[in-house]
Design a protein around this ligand. Structure first.
Ligand code: URA
Length: 207
């Protein structure tokens, strides 16, 4: 199964603090930053390397660099909170944006915004903190494929079995890295036990 639940004790402690409804936005953002760092270290641990040489102040050294560039694509708006920790780890990463919304007439997801770097030959990390129904993520993956994306993986804070199942059925090779696989979606399509509305808690639009 292309799902990795990152069971690192720090990751598990951080996601529990994020779930707590007493955790207000300033702390929530910091926890999101810390947890994303741990998840991304796991998500990138098999990235291929290429040899490269550098001159230390003393002599030449044969070292390594990532074999391809890295593009981070946040699923708006909640995914924005996961971009900065990735750039802190790997400042050379590029950031692509795709805005997806539900069309009021057809109820189908559609892109309302796209600004992407060249994707061919790059590794793509899609960051979607709450993998709930998977509808927005599916649309994002399809849009990225159309734009030329090859190697992609997903980093989420919490995933629902329903969302994982749909991604797995349509994109069986897609790796999903998450801190928690929760029980289910409720009737309003919120993940339970979950975290609530991630975007509201991150942006401070939650009361
Ligand atoms: N999006 C959220 O922010 N929370 C959920 O539980 C599901 C989707």
């Amino acid at each position: 199964m292309p799902l990795e639940v990152v069971n690192h004790p720090l990751a598990q402690a951080l996601v529990t603090q994020m779930r707590d409804k007493q955790t207000a936005s300033p702390l929530f953002r910091r926890l999101c930053h810390q947890l994303t760092t741990l998840l991304v270290i796991e998500a990138t641990k098999h990235f291929p390397l290429r040899a490269c040489s550098v001159e230390t102040p003393l002599e030449s050294h044969q070292g390594v660099a990532l074999a391809s560039g890295l593009v981070v694509v946040p699923v708006l708006r909640a995914g924005l909170g996961m971009v900065e920790p990735i750039l802190a780890l790997y400042p050379e990463a590029q950031v692509g944006h795709i805005g997806v919304e539900r069309d009021h007439e057809t109820a189908l997801p559609r892109s309302y915004y796209a600004k992407l770097p060249i994707l061919q030959g790059q590794r793509i990390l899609i960051v979607d903190p709450m993998l709930a129904t998977g509808g927005t993520l599916l649309h994002t993956i399809d849009a990225l494929k159309k734009a030329g994306a090859g190697e992609m993986s997903v980093v989420s804070i919490i995933a629902a079995p329903e969302g994982v199942a749909i991604i797995e059925s349509r994109h069986p090779q897609m790796m999903i890295h998450t801190a928690a696989l929760d029980r289910e979606l409720n009737s309003k399509k919120y993940i339970v036990p979950g975290i609530g509305d991630f975007g509201d808690r991150l942006m401070g639009t939650w009361s």
